[in-house]
Design a protein around this ligand. Structure first.
Ligand code: HEM
Length: 339
């Protein structure tokens, strides 16, 4: 568990259930009484609190890298089938495999932070004994680390592009920057869609995650409304992975597992919509709904979409049809691009 120095009694919450007030840390007076000075959770205090979680993420990334590298060397990895030139020279492409490893830890951390967020904003299960402030802090630190992991994933991809570019250093750096970070800059194969989808996830994650730290300026309500859309970041991340990850390129148990990992999220999301922690977010009968008709329709649509997603995931589980490619592409010999 991560313990930040400035937020020991933090009640400032991003759950939709909190007050958005900030809280206090005790300061000893030497007389046995403790004064409580209000402090606000800041980006700096949360960054400090993120260290342990960040170290664990790095260890996980290292382990995934070792596994991916070993699988490339033995040609067991499907990346080796999609891009055989990488398996011919694994050492020359280590940054690519490290980028893949950061991609997986980013996805795992995104999964964790979404689960925590949904546990906080929906009705919390009785068996979950961890106090809400701790869950909230963990939710914030895992969110910050998710953003860092995505950035590392994209940076190592860009570094790999530079590494294999024969242009001048500034020419290759510029090309790598455009291909990795500018929507539409990557102009070949599935990457034309998959890369902008990943970029959209990153560029949405930054404001939707970090606006929390300026909610006193924009208003707690405005922040809460915007933060709700963070689920879109997660959906884009999963879409990007299933579309472009060469380790989940083909049909098979690993790709199916990535789908199945989404079952708890879909179930929690549906539960959160059906039984939100905030009374005002409950769906009353059309006539009894306190807000506008459009708001009521939006809430109903959200619930139907969540139920539909759950049904699709169950269908993947039952049929085993995970949308993977059945055959290796005819020509896999060219560049870093894969179609
Ligand atoms: C600027 C944004 C991004 C760029 C440029 C980018 C780039 C790439 C590329 C080129 C691949 C293919 C690697 C392969 O051969 O498998 C890939 C795969 C992947 N990406 Fe991203 N990505 C971005 C955002 C994201 C985000 C937001 C996530 C998740 C939170 C993510 C997670 C993954 C995962 C899990 C894979 C599969 C790796 C594998 O198959 O081993 N990426 N990404």
């Amino acid at each position: 568990m991560v313990d930040g120095p400035a937020d020991g009694a933090d009640t400032d919450t991003d759950t939709g259930a909190g007050t958005g007030t900030g809280a206090g840390t005790g300061t000893g007076t030497g007389t046995g009484t403790r004064e409580r000075t209000p402090t606000r959770v800041t980006l700096r205090s949360d960054l400090r609190a993120s260290t342990v979680d960040g170290l664990i993420a790095l260890i996980v990334t290292g382990a995934v890298f070792a596994l991916l590298y070993a699988r490339i060397r033995s040609r067991a990895s499907s990346t080796a089938t999609v891009m055989p030139f990488m398996a011919d020279d694994p050492g020359g492409f280590w940054m690519y495999f490290l980028s893949q490893a950061f991609g997986w830890s980013a996805l795992l951390w995104a999964w964790g932070t979404v689960v925590l967020g949904l546990l906080l904003s929906g009705a919390r299960p009785a068996w979950l004994r961890i106090p809400a402030p701790r869950l909230e802090r963990l939710h914030r630190t895992t969110s910050l680390n998710t953003i860092a992991l995505i950035v590392a994933h994209a940076l190592f991809f860009a570094a790999e592009l530079i590494n294999h570019d024969t242009d001048s250093w500034y020419g290759s750096t510029w090309t790598a920057f455009v291909e990795s970070f500018v929507p539409g800059g990557y102009a070949s194969g599935t990457g034309r869609i998959a890369i902008p989808v990943g970029q959209a996830a990153l560029y949405l994650a930054i404001p939707l995650g970090l606006l929390f730290y300026v909610r006193h300026r924009i208003g707690a309500r405005a922040w809460r409304v915007m933060h709700r859309f963070v689920i879109v970041v997660y959906v884009l991340s999963v879409w990007h992975t299933l579309l472009y990850g060469t380790n989940v390129w083909y049909d098979g148990w690993f790709r199916t597992s990535v789908w199945l990992l989404q079952l708890p999220i879909a179930a929690l999301f549906l539960a959160r919509l059906l039984r939100p922690a905030r009374r005002s977010q409950r769906l009353a009968a059309p006539g009894a709904h306190p807000g506008s008709k459009a708001g009521w329709s939006l809430r109903l649509t959200g619930r139907l979409l969540a139920a539909g997603t759950l049904a699709v995931l169950l269908a993947v589980l039952i049929t085993g049809r995970d949308g993977g490619r059945a055959e290796p592409p005819a020509d896999t010999s060219s560049t870093h691009n894969h179609d």
